[in-house]
Design a protein around this ligand. Structure first.
Ligand code: KG4
Ligand code: ZN
Length: 342
């Protein structure tokens, strides 16, 4: 029998503040994964400055792609397709990756694949667990998106509910800023919470008692800000750590609670998490315990694959490649790209 040829995809990600490139084989095996982070630069401003992000992507991208190819021990001849995050994200940042991918595909006569950033986050599960496959229930929690969906097939999602206002990551970032932790908020808040008491303050658990699978985090954020103002006005002693731990506990209860409600209602035995906030240790632990209690199998990407990277884009692109769904030279950045849903 003839040995089947492996498909190697070079993927590029530049939707926010990481310039990343990777080579992924058959959607599951990472041959290289290079990330150039801009965190230090944006820290000075307390958040991502879009214009600076675009400029830094331009400076870094050629080197990052060159390193991804070299680290994979591939030559351009070995690469079967070029994939790139098409959206959603910052338009100027996305354009750097998209223009680069289009130029490479054109010059090297390779097929081009546009990938939805969140499809990438979901696909991180296919890398961390090579046996993991649809269907499963997925909690997507990133800086810009929060929703629950059923991944019915590769790239085919059925939406159950989404946030009505802030995304989970956005709430982490805003609360972190309010209590003086700065950017990037999520990891700093997690660290601060380690020293705090999660029961020091009882913050609301929005939507938890409601039917349906929508989320809302802006009320929770306001509750934290009101508590902070009240404490400052009355001069009561409090610690950053207690606020962080109590906020994190409220978010965790809502995310885990809603996911378990959906798993129960739809009779789903396989659950995954995706997006930057799924790097959070408290949420991972609580979700694992809730799943273990109900005999549900949980997939969570390894920490480094939760936050933005290009390996996840290469994984999602492989399943698009198998469908023969290629982009033409008119591929454009789509800052508000909708997720393909049923
Ligand atoms: O998925 P991601 O890397 O980028 C987007 O697609 O948005 O998510 C970034 C978000 C940020 O809001 C960041 O604060 C949050 O993920 N995040 C975390 C943690 N690590 C990253 N939130 C809570 N705990 C963490 N450990
Ligand atoms: Zn992301």
């Amino acid at each position: 029998m003839m040995k089947q040829q492996k498909v190697k995809i070079l993927a590029i990600e530049s939707s926010c503040d990481e310039t990343a490139a990777a080579v992924v084989e058959d959607g599951r095996k990472v041959l290289s994964n290079v990330i150039s982070s801009q965190i230090e630069i944006h820290t000075v401003y307390g958040g991502v400055v879009p214009e600076i992000a675009s400029r830094k992507h331009l400076e870094a991208i050629d080197g990052v792609i060159g390193k991804a190819l070299a680290d994979s021990s591939c030559t351009w001849d070995d690469i079967d397709a070029i994939a790139v995050t098409q959206g959603p994200g910052l338009v100027g940042a996305l354009l750097v990756g998209v223009s680069e991918a289009k130029s490479l595909a054109y010059a090297l006569h390779k097929p081009l694949i546009g990938v939805h950033h969140i499809e990438g986050h979901i696909a991180a599960n296919y890398i961390s667990d090579p046996e993991w496959q649809p269907p499963f229930l997925c909690l997507v929690i990133s800086g810009g998106h929060t929703y629950l969906c059923i991944v019915e097939d590769y790239g085919v999602n059925r939406m159950l509910g989404e946030t009505r206002d802030d995304a989970a990551g956005e709430a982490f970032d805003k609360v972190a800023r309010a209590i003086g932790l700065g950017y990037p908020g999520g990891p700093k808040l997690q660290k601060a919470a380690l020293e705090g008491n999660p029961e020091a303050f009882h913050f609301p658990r929005p939507c938890l008692e409601e039917e349906g699978y929508d989320f809302s985090f802006s009320g929770l954020k306001s509750a934290v800000l009101n508590t902070l103002n009240h404490l400052k006005m009355t001069g009561e002693a409090f610690t950053q750590a207690d606020i962080a731990a109590s906020f994190q506990a409220a978010v965790t209860d809502v995310l885990v609670g809603k996911t378990m409600q959906a798993a129960g209602e739809y009779g789903i035995r396989r659950v995954a998490m995706a997006g930057g906030v799924s790097a959070n240790a408290a949420i991972r632990k609580a979700m694992q315990e809730a799943c273990d209690f109900r005999g549900i199998t949980l997939s969570v990407p390894s920490i480094s694959l939760c936050t933005d990277n290009a390996a996840m884009i290469g994984s999602a692109a492989y399943f698009t490649y198998l469908r023969g769904d290629f982009a033409g030279p008119a591929l454009n950045a789509e800052p508000d790209m909708p997720l393909l849903v049923r």
